[in-house]
Design a protein around this ligand. Sequence first.
Ligand code: AMP
Ligand code: MG
Length: 351
Amino acid sequence: MATDRRHFLKLGLGGFLFPLVGCGRPVPVVEERMYVFGTMVDVAVVGSTDRVQAETAMRTVTARFRQMHDEWHAWKPGALTELNKAIARGERIKTDPSVLELIRGGTEVWRSSQGLFNPAIGALVGLWGFHADEMPVGELPALEQVESFRRRPPTMDDITIDGLEVSSANPLVQLDFGGYAKGVALDWALDALERAGCNNAIVNLGGNLAAMGRRGDRPWRIGVRHPQGDGVIAAVETRGREAVVTSGSYERYREWGGVRYPHIIDPRTGHPAQHVASVTVIDRDAARADAAATALVVAGMKQWPAVARSMGVREVMVIDDEGNVQLSAAMMDRARFVGAKPRSVRVAPGA
Ligand code: AMP
Ligand code: MG
């Protein structure tokens, strides 16, 4: 495939969307861009869909995204932060049905990830300084504080749902769905667009993309960003309805003493996960892809194939700190290496 980086439209951190115009036959497009979930969000509908209908559907998506952002935020005022405050006080509280859905879905992926994806460790994420819009600077948190979580690790098993009421047996539980909610939002958006008769669409939530149908006469083409540079490392073409989700330790991190501490925390140690630079997952289910991408950063270069299997994701690409690429056999069939040349590429044993 010819590689020309000008032909990529940079839309976020993890993934790129190839431009809607500029190559191939022009297709009718309705597009919307907004800033929500702390990131840039783009929605595009193509094809012969009724324009007014497409615009109405997009407004529905935009409005719901804003509500989700408020309801599900891990540290800004909203339903989830109210719930977290009640848990810290040891109280039960009636919460929003959408939060209950996140808890139920989050518990499933917590289990299938063997506890590596753990949305109950919000307090640890905050302790490392990642409950803030800006990247944290300065000294690391006190290790005794991290240790106190290791003595009584918060898990999704601590949570009890009774009707609309939620409580936790462990007051250290603080829910943070930052590694999952974007995937849930992507699934919801494609469902809503489909219901409105828009069958050819793509949604880009800060580099996490979900698409369905085609962009005119060919599939949607998504580029995966090289974690160690500005360019693209690989391109994939979507098949039917699919999400392409990337988690990167290069997105948000803090630095101290020459070491980089990324925003993804290993629940087993209480410390930021090291060594994996990025994980890209392709899956029909965007929520599962989102949780899996985060979990596989934690799993690391040796353990990721086993965790991918237990989470039921087949198409995975993992890049380490030095730019070495490991893929599953199924991802090897999908990804085309373009742009910045990887240091090495291999199919991981058992993946
Ligand atoms: P993502 O970009 O999807 O990998 O999500 C990263 C975010 O997930 C972080 O900013 C935290 O809010 C949250 N997070 C960090 N570590 C974990 C973990 N081990 N399990 C679940 N969520 C996590
Ligand atoms: Mg994630």
